[in-house]
Design a protein around this ligand. Structure first.
Ligand SMILES: Nc1ncnc2c1ncn2[C@@H]1O[C@H](COP(=O)(O)OP(=O)(O)OP(=O)(O)O)[C@@H](O)[C@H]1O
Length: 871
């Protein structure tokens, strides 16, 4: 009984407290209201209070606060619950969809990691979470079904977008010289162009993230305002000894802490997510332009700005600068938006408390101190750009050393390399230290003004309403003063904090201008190089860029009558030709001088095969890779011919190959290059190339990827046969079965010079192009092997052009192109004709004359030896 009565009294007391709280707080009488209709009645009452002009001001304000906090709490709960719900749904769905498969949802073939869709889009699967980290650190490629994989969709490349953006970048690049009061308008200009890549449309995912971030920033400010007032209220409750009100306010304090902490972490999360998305957008944009058929990655070295640090260390620009730019953009945005929203909200609120005079005082103070700080801000943009360049140089030098470690060791070049590395490291340290030094004075002034002057002035302004106010009763006045002071002081401090963050972000903006400039320049250059009318850095383009025009190019420009109108590259390329034909082509080194540059070979004209017949067009259909996957060679029939290009070092032999591969331009207007389609032509460069981190199979099938290899139904059997054809099958014996084909190593270092060159022949046999251009492809191979390989090419009826310095190769060719030393002259002859025989006869005569002199030389040698013994 006792227990019952005491529990009844506790319940009655609690009911009374709840009723009292509603009555005192918002004037709502709860006596006649049932629990079921409570929420409806409460909402109606709160809405009526906020709408009605007759309601008590205190009740009205409380109703507004409760309504707003209810809305925010509902929003955060709904977003949290929907996110969790979506995750649960996804998991259940994938469980349902893939439960029947053994080994989990992502059973992929080891070599397949992506799918190419008809639209040109790609779907990739990458390892996710801890699995990825573990397998990366152990270098293990796992393929059990339990490995978690993430699906990534890569949209197809939009060619029109690049054509459109090209002009956007060009216009922004040429517009210069405008300075605004706070920062360069150039920066805003560049940023507005870049923003189209970062946020492509209003309905983009990133636009949504940005809107969400702004929403949370506003919410954060509103919550701070609310907390400041609650703080003042709690102090007032304590001083006035209002126990119940104190408890109510304390409950609200703990409740409001929930959305407040959610908001803060949401802001940080959104900032990081946005930065990552920006990085993805920029990287994809650059990769699509840098790595496509127009070969921007090669041509970029010929641009007029190729010597700038952005291009010299383009790897660093693409990897590190993009990350720094994305991070800096997002943090500057958050660092500016936060204090700006704070300033607006707090100043509106403070205007009511401090009056217009107080708020104007605060802002005048901000502007004056802002001006002082601006004049002391070091040029951090330039400094960080210079430091980034030094960083790139240092990193690149190390990379170069790793790539050429064997050559350096042979030369014993450690000392020279060490000096260079030290020098680059010192430059880097110097530049980093320079930034710290420049920051030192600034940080001191900044601290003095932002930390001490502002809070001091804050107290002055916060005391204004107290000093000038006239209260009714002494006691009530003291309590209200205390409350107002607490609220004002808190807001003033927040305002000072907002102001100081705004001032701090000036430094960040200055740094961001540096990164923006680097990224913008990189994109401008890439657009220029990627363009179909890229002019290989000829002087006309420098017209756009007066800053870069040096004395030579200015001189050149003055010589040209109307450089803008003149087309620099005016040669013609004809494709799908049934052979290779060069007509009147001037072989010139691409340079700033354009058409008036160095001419290596003049008006070069030749063609293979020398005569085209109907049959040869049919033979090219035999090259169809899909139908040839498993058919062993020999496979070609019909006409085949070969040309040997002979000439001394540096006369421009390899440059002919560059023209055929279209990586160098044809400057002269009457120059015509006719070439077959890309699948019928393979150019073998002088320096053998091997992909990094690729298998032995990848090296044989290059430039085909292993994905394509398997997709096209090729089998390893073909590769084994090819290896035996080029006498490299002994390599396969280094591992059991054919597992050596899956071996991954640094092939550039593992294979010997001759083996590397024989791998080139393996590539030829695999791809079966109708036409091949070989540049010194056998100079490291023994004479008997060389003989075998050339006979093999002839046996399989490949048409080939060989570039060499050795006349001994004449016997494998039908035609000979001799390039004279330095004067650009050349001579073409058909081998086996009277003309060729007379040339060979001449050579025999010359050799016979030399042989006659042998006795005379022997005498000279004996005389010299006698002299040496006397000495
Ligand atoms: N990217 C370049 N920039 C400037 N000059 C270049 C470039 N590439 C080649 N050259 C120059 O063009 C000239 C011809 O070069 P090329 O490579 O065609 O010579 P080559 O006849 O093949 O000589 P070698 O027999 O030694 O290979 C050389 O003097 C070389 O310095």
């Amino acid at each position: 009984m006792v227990h019952d009565s005491s529990s009844n009294s506790v319940r009655a007391r609690l009911t009374n407290a709840v009723l009292d709280m509603h009555l005192h707080c918002i004037g709502l009488k709860l006596q006649d209201i049932r629990l079921r209709s409570y929420v409806k009645v409460l909402f109606r009452h709160l809405l009526a209070l906020t709408k009605s002009p007759l309601s008590h001001p205190r009740h009205k304000r409380r109703a507004q606060i409760i309504l707003l906090s209810l809305v925010f709490t509902a929003l955060t709960t709904v977003s949290g619950v929907s996110y969790a719900g979506w995750n649960i749904f996804n998991r259940l769905y994938s469980f349902y969809k893939y439960s029947w498969r053994r080994g989990g949802p992502f059973l992929l073939r080891r070599t397949r990691s992506q799918l190419q869709l008809v639209t040109g889009a790609r779907i990739m699967y990458i390892k996710e979470g801890e699995d990825a980290v573990q397998s990366a650190s152990h270098g293990v490629e796992e393929n059990n079904g339990e490995t978690k994989r993430k699906k990534i969709f890569i949209p197809p490349k939009d060619e029109d977008l690049y054509e459109h953006d090209k002009f956007l970048f060009k216009n922004a690049e040429t517009e210069r010289g405008k300075l605004s009061t706070i920062f360069y308008s150039k920066f805003l200009n560049q940023m507005s162009v870049l923003s189209k890549i970062l946020i492509p449309s209003m309905f983009d995912k990133n636009a949504l993230l940005l809107t969400l971030q702004i929403f949370f920033l506003v919410m954060r400010t509103w919550l701070s305002l609310f907390v400041a007032r609650l703080d003042g209220q709690i102090v007032k409750d304590i001083i006035a000894g209002k126990r119940r009100k104190f408890l109510i306010d304390l409950v609200i304090w703990f409740l409001i802490a929930l959305p407040a902490s959610y908001t803060n972490s949401a802001i940080k999360f959104l900032q990081r997510k946005l930065s990552l998305n920006f990085r993805v957008n920029l990287t994809r944009y650059i990769h699509d332009m840098y790595l496509d058929k127009r070969l921007a990655f090669y041509k970029v070295t010929f641009d007029s700005k190729a010597t700038s640090s952005v291009i010299k260390n383009i790897d660093n620009s693409i990897t590190n600068d993009i990350t720094r730019f994305s991070d800096a953009t997002c943090s500057v945005f958050a660092n500016i938006a936060k204090p700006v929203i704070d300033l607006i909200f707090f100043s509106v609120y403070l205007r009511d408390n401090l009056g217009t005079f107080g708020v104007s005082g605060i802002f005048i103070n901000y502007f004056i101190t802002g001006y002082i700080l601006k004049s002391y801000t070091p040029p951090l943009g330039k400094l960080s750009s210079a430091s980034s360049a030094a960083d790139g140089n240092y990193y690149n030098y190390h990379l170069n050393m790793i790539n050429n470690n064997e050559e350096i060791s042979f030369y014993q070049g450690t000392e020279v390399e060490k000096k260079k590395v030290f020098q680059l490291y010192d430059t880097l340290m110097d530049r980093m230290l320079n930034i710290s030094k420049k920051k030192f004075n600034y940080t001191m002034i900044e601290d003095y003004i932002l930390k001490y002057t502002w809070s001091g002035l804050g107290y002055v302004f916060a005391s204004i309403p107290i000093v000038f106010s006239t209260g009714s009763s002494n006691e009530g006045r003291e309590q209200n003063n205390m409350k107002d002071f607490i609220v004002n002081k808190r807001l003033m401090l927040s305002l000072a904090d907002a102001g100081s963050r705004l001032m701090h972000s000036m430094k960040d903006i200055s740094q961001l201008t540096g990164y923006t400039n680097r990224i913008f320049n990189l994109l401008c250059i890439l657009h220029r190089v990627h363009s179909v009318d890229f002019n290989y850095g000829a002087a006309t383009k420098l017209m756009d860029d007066p800053a870069d025009t040096n004395a030579t190019s200015r001189h050149l420009l003055s010589k040209m009558k109307s450089p803008e109108k003149e087309e620099v590259i005016s040669g013609t390329v004809q494709r799908k030709f049934r052979g290779i034909r060069l007509e009147n082509i001037d072989i010139m080194i691409p340079s700033v001088r354009g058409k008036s540059g160095i001419k290596l070979i003049k008006k070069l004209t030749f063609q293979i095969p020398p005569h085209l017949d109907q049959l040869s067009s049919k033979t090219s259909s035999l090259q169809d890779i899909t139908s040839m996957s498993n058919i062993p060679l020999p496979f070609l029939s019909g006409q085949a011919s070969s040309l040997l290009i002979l000439g001394p070092n540096g006369c421009g032999k390899s440059s002919i190959q560059r023209i055929i591969a279209e990586i160098w331009p044809i400057y002269n207007k009457n120059g015509l290059l006719s070439k077959p389609d890309s699948s019928s032509l393979l150019c073998i460069p002088q320096k053998p190339y091997f992909t990094r981190g690729g298998t032995f199979r990848d090296q044989i099938i290059y430039p085909m990827s292993s994905d394509e290899f398997f997709d096209n139904g090729f089998k390893d059997k073909v590769l084994v046969w090819i290896l035996s054809e080029v006498h490299l099958d002994y390599l396969l014996k280094r591992a059991p079965g054919w597992s050596y084909l899956d071996e991954v190593t640094e092939w550039k270092d593992v294979l010997s010079g001759g083996e590397k060159q024989r791998m080139n022949f393996a590539r030829i046999l695999f791809h079966k192009p109708k036409f091949i251009v070989l540049d010194e492809a056998t100079n490291a191979i023994s004479a008997d092997m060389e003989d075998y390989l050339f006979n093999m090419l002839k046996k399989f009826r490949f048409s080939f052009i060989t570039i060499s310095q050795r006349p001994s190769l004449i016997k494998y060719h039908d035609m000979l192109l001799e390039i004279a030393d330095r004067d650009g002259k050349w001579q073409l002859q058909t081998l086996g004709t009277d003309e060729a025989i007379t040339t060979i006869d001449h050579e025999i005569e010359e050799l016979q004359i030399k042989l006659q002199k042998v006795e005379e030389w022997k005498k000279q040698r004996d005389e010299l030896q006698q002299k040496l013994t006397i000495l």
